[in-house]
Design a binder for this molecule. Structure first.
Ligand SMILES: [Zn+2]
Length: 318
């Protein structure tokens, strides 16, 4: 049994010369046997490589496909959901909810060993979605976006209280909350509407994803989609295009805003790695190197960042 993990267009899980390409953002040099897309954020999925790999089976959720491929151009799509199992190229591929954004999935590749890819995930109970389950793994590939101790966030009840205090303290009666349109935007809408009992304006990109969540069974309460929410209103606006004075809601804003995030924080990332009982852990995203060193030093597990260089030597783990 040979298992390798490396980058080539995305992250490749190679089991006995069969390649599972996960979350491709560019064309791989070597054709994969199957592609898995965890969710629709652009750092995990791009339409072009998926279209070029037209004959390769692509495993993704219906919600992810709606966002990624609104014109329905993709071929060989295999829809997956929580607790799906698909046999492809002699491999058994299982998918499980990741709790990150609507339709986000984790992947387990089963051969004589079990390799789990978390994608972006969230373990916390929140007003939207169900939290991810921690999957048992021999080898684990885990999101390290917040894989550094400075990104330890307060639990959800405390974060929601912080949002309510912000609303109560707004002298003009208005607060603009800036968040990622797909993910935290929907949680903010639900907190303002269902907990604070207000009807927020939401900017169009947020509103479009609110509707998507509702089509997949989430309840966000009442809100009004507005092209340009006025400054003296209570509103949710996109993080990448927010006016000065907006309350920034993302894990990156742990020091100056509200660290409301759709990702696991540092403590939950470490908890996942430990409770998965993986003997080998691969880390990806912003703090991959730090997290790998931390897991080696504190828990004695074999841990490596997945190399970001497409020409990097594959890690042979078994
Ligand atoms: Zn994401």
């Amino acid at each position: 049994m040979s298992v390798k993990v490396y980058r080539d267009g995305g992250i490749v899980i190679e089991v006995d010369n069969r390649r599972v390409l996960v979350d491709p953002v560019s064309l791989p040099r070597r054709k994969p046997d199957v592609v898995f897309v965890s969710h629709a954020h652009s750092d995990h999925a791009r339409l072009r490589p998926l279209r070029v790999l037209s004959k390769v089976p692509k495993i993704l959720s219906r919600a992810t496909k709606e966002v990624l491929d609104p014109r329905g151009t993709l071929t060989n799509v295999v829809f997956a959901e929580d607790a799906s199992s698909v046999e492809v190229a002699g491999l058994t591929l299982e998918t499980y909810e990741a709790g990150h954004v609507v339709g986000s999935l984790q992947l387990a590749v089963n051969a004589s060993t079990r390799v789990v890819y978390t994608g972006d995930f969230c373990l916390e109970r929140r007003l939207v979605l169900r939290p991810a389950r921690i999957l048992r793994a021999d080898a684990l590939i885990i999101d390290a976006t917040y894989g550094h101790p400075r990104y330890s966030f307060p639990p959800r009840p405390e974060l929601y209280r912080q949002l309510l205090r912000t609303l109560e303290a707004a002298s003009s009666g208005g607060v603009l909350f800036a968040a990622r349109p797909l993910g935290t935007g929907q949680e903010l809408t639900a907190v303002i509407s269902l907990v604070a009992k207000l009807t927020p304006f939401v900017a169009r990109p947020v509103g479009a994803f609110n509707r998507l969540y509702e089509r997949y069974g989430e309840y966000l309460g009442s809100y009004v989609i507005h092209p340009a929410p006025p400054r003296d209103s209570v509103a949710v606006v996109p993080l990448n295009d927010h006016p000065a004075g907006a309350v920034v809601c993302t894990g990156w804003a742990v020091a100056e805003g509200v660290p409301l995030s759709s990702h696991a924080d540092f403590d939950d990332v470490v908890r996942y790695a430990v409770e998965s009982r993986a003997q080998t852990v691969f880390t990806f995203s912003a703090h991959a190197k730090y997290l790998a060193v931390f897991l080696r030093r504190e828990y004695g597990v074999e841990a490596h960042p997945v190399e970001s260089d497409a020409a990097s030597a594959p890690h042979n783990i078994f």
